[in-house]
Write a protein that binds this ligand. Structure first.
Ligand SMILES: [Zn+2]
Length: 275
């Protein structure tokens, strides 16, 4: 009951903010209204910090970009996708994109707010992913960043914690009090790690699927690969489901949604392939 009340209050609080503008609808027509308490700059700052820490840690363990050829391959695919992101938002051209590979048995990948991409070797090797399939995964992850899903989730987490800890913290955010802001820095790091590890909502996943499909197609990667990729992923499943599947017991609905969009994105793919 208390949980329900908090989530209702959070929803009301966020709806009280002005809607934020992230992406254009694109051919796939993603246009849900979005709200956020935190600024994009705040969120990107936290993500950048977290990414640097991850890189350092992986490097120390000799797990950062273990295979130069593999890193080159991943970066080449990512760069083609990144070149298409301006279709959805012009400012993405100015993002400080970074693409790295981390040695890990996990079948996973992510793109943090502001364009910090990480692909795990487990994804490449266990799934024997083709270039088209890697593009599908990275396109999906990049779409989360373009849509600022992390910012939405962090805003929710912030609002929730703020409500739980007391209204004082929220006041500090609104009043921009530096001292109170300092106190909330500890909270910020908790929230940022939560936002990175928390599963996306189903609606956010659907949006990332759709925009990802269009990014792949425009970058001349076969969008059909998204279907085979998610099928391979569903088989992999395992105890710790990858980010993509974590909120999706119903993968079939997701695959059906992507199949429905194929007629829209295939012409983009054909055009990109022949240009
Ligand atoms: Zn996702």
């Amino acid at each position: 009951m208390k949980k329900l009340l908090v989530s209702l209050l959070v929803a009301a609080l966020l709806a009280g903010c002005a809607p934020i503008k992230t992406t254009n609808a694109g051919a796939v027509g993603v246009q849900r209204k979005q709200y956020a308490l935190l600024s994009a700059k705040q969120v990107e700052g936290m993500a950048a910090q977290s990414y640097v820490a991850t890189l350092k840690d992986a490097d120390k363990k000799n797990k950062l970009n273990p295979n130069a050829q593999q890193t080159e391959r991943v970066r080449a695919i990512a760069n083609r996708l990144i070149a298409q992101t301006t279709v959805f938002r012009a400012d993405a051209a100015k993002w400080k994109w970074e693409v790295n590979v981390q040695e890990s048995p996990e079948v996973n990948a992510y793109c943090m707010p502001g364009g910090k991409i990480m692909v795990y070797t487990g994804l490449i090797e266990k799934l024997k992913a083709t270039d088209d399939e890697l593009a599908a995964v990275m396109g999906h992850e990049i779409s989360h960043a373009l849509r600022e899903h992390g910012r939405e989730r962090m805003s929710e987490a912030y609002a929730q914690q703020g409500l739980v800890l007391g209204i004082g913290l929220l006041a500090s955010i609104f009043l921009d009090d530096p001292k109170a802001a300092q106190t909330s820095m500890g909270l910020a790091s908790t929230v940022s790690s939560v936002a990175i590890t928390l599963p996306h909502s189903r609606e956010q996943e659907r949006e990332a699927d759709r925009i990802g499909l269009e990014l792949s197609a425009r970058a001349a990667y076969d969008p059909n690969a998204a279907i085979t990729l998610w099928q391979k992923m569903a088989k992999e499943g395992g105890q710790k489901p990858p980010e993509f599947l974590s909120t999706h017991p119903a993968d079939e609905a997701r695959i059906a949604d992507m199949k429905r969009l194929l007629p829209i994105v295939m012409p983009l793919y054909e055009a990109a392939k022949h240009s």
